[in-house]
Design a protein around this ligand. Structure first.
Ligand SMILES: C[S@@+](CC[C@H](N)C(=O)[O-])C[C@H]1O[C@@H](n2cnc3c(N)ncnc32)[C@H](O)[C@@H]1O
Length: 251
């Protein structure tokens, strides 16, 4: 007979601990083992910080190492080691909840962890509870609709070039750039060339105490951005867009 315990992936939202779903919170409360990406240099990881207020002392906390590298072999190895740690608990009859910042199906490590666990044992059931992902959080912070009417939305992950932006902009009405830190100066130039700076915003650490907003981007050609930053640009002015949200502000 196969495994009867479940590996749960729970999206815990973009930062504010109140932005976890009721279903996610209940699943978290019921979990004997709670896994999350380990933080760097002894600091808590972001998902761990979000759930820390919700955890009980008797719950096992399982930090899993996922290196920030592009090397496929190193990544595969890390996913395999993490999967073995998780599988140990599943075999003991204990459910494991893996928490992911934002949503668990949206550029999340859970995808790789779940697949590595199922490579060890294809009978392990995976349960998924979605969370609020960062583009939705950023739109809420700005007080703007992300999309409306027939808007076509493009979301680009890391490592894009100006050509990719131009191509996506050819069909999209709203563009979201994840992991924008490394390419911000090039993106700013591209926005300037296409006369889009007035319709573009950067949101840093959305919904957390470190949150910052830069909108519009006209005055900000050289921002030093942290990893948790994203950029949004709209093709058309929205009827809900409000001037009071403009400038650089923190919460
Ligand atoms: C690996 S992706 C994780 C996405 C996440 N699973 C989600 O649902 O949003 C990491 C990127 O998401 C974006 N991001 C995630 N949370 C954010 C936040 N609170 N504020 C701003 N950007 C965020 C940043 O662009 C960051 O580089």
């Amino acid at each position: 007979m196969g495994i009867v315990t479940t590996l749960w992936g729970v999206g815990v939202g973009p930062g504010d601990p109140e932005l976890i779903t009721l279903k996610g919170w209940r699943r978290l409360q019921a979990a004997p083992v709670v896994a999350f990406p380990a933080g760097v240099q002894g600091r808590m990881g972001v998902a761990e910080q979000i759930i820390a207020p919700h955890l009980k002392p008797q719950q096992v906390r399982l930090p899993l190492e996922f290196p920030y590298v592009l090397d496929e072999n190193q990544l595969q190895q890390a996913w395999h080691i993490a999967a073995e740690c998780v599988y140990d608990y599943l075999q003991q009859g204990l459910d494991v909840v893996f928490v992911s910042e934002g949503d668990v199906s949206f550029y999340s490590t859970f995808t790789y962890l779940g697949s590595a666990v199922q490579q060890l044992d294809p009978t392990v059931p995976l349960g998924i509870i979605p969370g609020i992902c960062s583009p939705l959080a950023a739109a809420a912070v700005l007080g703007l609709p992300l999309t409306c009417g027939g808007d076509r939305l493009a979301i680009l992950p890391a490592m894009y070039h100006a050509d990719e932006l131009t191509q996506a902009w050819g069909w999209a009405d709203v563009l979201v750039l994840m992991k924008v830190r490394a390419v911000y100066p090039q993106v700013w130039q591209w926005l300037q060339t296409h006369n889009l700076l007035a319709q573009a915003a950067v949101v840093i650490w959305a919904t957390t105490p470190q949150q910052q907003v830069y909108y519009p981007l006209t005055r900000w050609p050289a921002l030093e951005l942290p990893y948790f930053s994203l950029l949004l640009v709209w093709k058309y002015a929205s009827p809900f867009r409000s001037d009071k949200k403009m400038g650089h502000f923190t919460i």
